[in-house]
Ligand binder design. Structure first.
Ligand code: NAD
Ligand code: ZN
Length: 369
């Protein structure tokens, strides 16, 4: 009798991460949302909940949201980064408002709304509070069907498997296989109203994703292929003289590719340090990254050189003396939060990263911001 050979387990275990299974791309593709949602409607009592950046309240886009039956549109401010308590309150409201479980959640906006919608979709099917899931692979049950529609480009939140939230103890994402969107609609017509400075800050998030991924020790051919494409698109957008629409189309794709690049590598020093700023001062992600990145010429010389050119070309003035009024214990707390992001430092500086950066090194950078 023949016996089966024992199964060989691979020596190394590679990440097996999910990608967005369905994506529609094109100007005007928002109009296809009716048809996209229709087969996902379980019945007339199971609504779709649209979480929409309140910038669009009263706008032409609001009129185009394909609500039917008892669907609900909830406008949300993106002035502050999303919080775990905000997610919990939204889930409670939706569960109170409807007897039937919704058919799905649709997030329309920038990284803030996209992350909120991902987190709400997860928490509709998992017991709270949402802060229990800040970390890696802590979510047990699949999320409710969720659709992401970016209206500003750069974060890559539309493609990533994380929903970054500010919690009671930390700013950390819900990183899970259930976080990734089931459907994304990429319609660059929605970007036309983004104000210039915000366009720059969110766009630089993408540029910094590329620099940190391409200069990291975790780099591999998968990440590199997406990172290089995203970087070259960023250069066209921020250093070239493209017509507005072409620039919007390209930044939308740069954001997607930048997100894909870090999916299989990691971000680096600017992100680690901007998390500290955000936690203590509420500094938003895009501008926080820029505030740190300008001082990282020692680590990313070519990237900082390009960043300065882009900043100059678009006449962007970054705020100064942001950390001037902080006490030494505030600064130390920021540095501690930053140093706790170990994978980011390891990616940036290698396994022996602790030999290359310490509390004093970080404090001297924060003091210059
Ligand atoms: P945002 O969503 O915070 O929005 C920034 C500003 O732009 C807001 O005032 C918003 O109202 C406005 N805005 C958005 N679209 C607009 C439009 N079409 N016209 C006019 N104004 C518009 O911006 P963001 O930079 O995309 O997102 C930042 C958030 O993304 C942070 O919370 C950060 O933690 C998160 N993030 C998530 C990931 C991820 O992978 N999940 C990655 C990076 C950043
Ligand atoms: Zn980022």
């Amino acid at each position: 009798m023949q016996t089966k050979a024992p199964m060989q387990r691979p020596k190394t275990s590679y990440k097996n991460f999910p990608m967005v299974p369905r994506v529609v791309y094109g100007r005007g593709s928002f109009g296809q949302l009716t048809d996209i949602l229709l087969p996902k409607r379980r019945n007339a009592e199971a609504p779709f909940i649209f979480l929409v950046d309140d910038f669009f309240e009263g706008s032409a886009l609001e009129q185009r949201i394909p609500w039917l039956f008892n669907d609900q549109i909830i406008f949300i401010s993106a002035d502050e980064e999303p919080k775990t308590q905000q997610v919990d309150a939204l889930v409670k409201k939706i569960k109170n408002d409807f007897e039937e479980m919704p058919s799905g959640i649709v997030g329309i906006g920038g990284g803030t709304l996209l992350d909120l919608a991902k987190a709400v979709a997860i928490m509709m099917n998992n017991p709270g509070p949402s802060s229990n899931y800040q970390g890696w692979d802590l979510v047990k049950k699949p999320a409710l069907y969720h659709v992401g529609i970016p209206t500003i480009s750069g974060t890559g939140a539309e493609v990533s498997r994380t929903a970054v939230l500010l919690g009671p103890e930390k700013k950390l994402g819900i990183n899970s296989d259930y976080t990734t969107y089931d459907q994304v609609v990429l319609d660059s017509d929605l970007l036309s109203t983004v104000p210039k400075e915000q366009w720059f800050y969110t766009g630089m998030d993408c540029f910094i994703h590329c620099v940190e991924s391409l200069n990291g020790t975790y780099l591999n051919a998968f990440s590199q292929s997406y990172g290089e494409k995203a970087l070259s698109l960023c250069k066209e957008v921020f250093l070239g003289d493209l017509p507005q629409k072409e620039s919007e189309d390209k930044l939308m794709m740069a954001s997607w590719h930048g997100g894909m690049s870090i999916a299989y590598s990691q971000v680096g020093i600017a992100h680690a340090m901007s998390y500290g700023l955000s936690y203590l001062l509420g500094t938003k992600h895009g501008i926080g990254n820029c505030l740190v990145f300008q001082h990282l010429d020692r680590y990313y010389p070519r990237g900082v050189e390009l960043f300065n050119k882009m900043k100059e070309k678009h006449g962007i003035q970054l705020p100064k003396n942001v950390c001037a009024d902080l006490t030494s214990s505030d600064l130390e707390l920021m540095a501690q939060i930053s140093l706790s992001m170990e994978p980011l430092w390891e990616n940036a500086l290698g396994r022996d990263w602790k030999k290359h950066i310490d509390m004093d090194g970080l404090l001297s950078i924060y003091q210059r911001i």
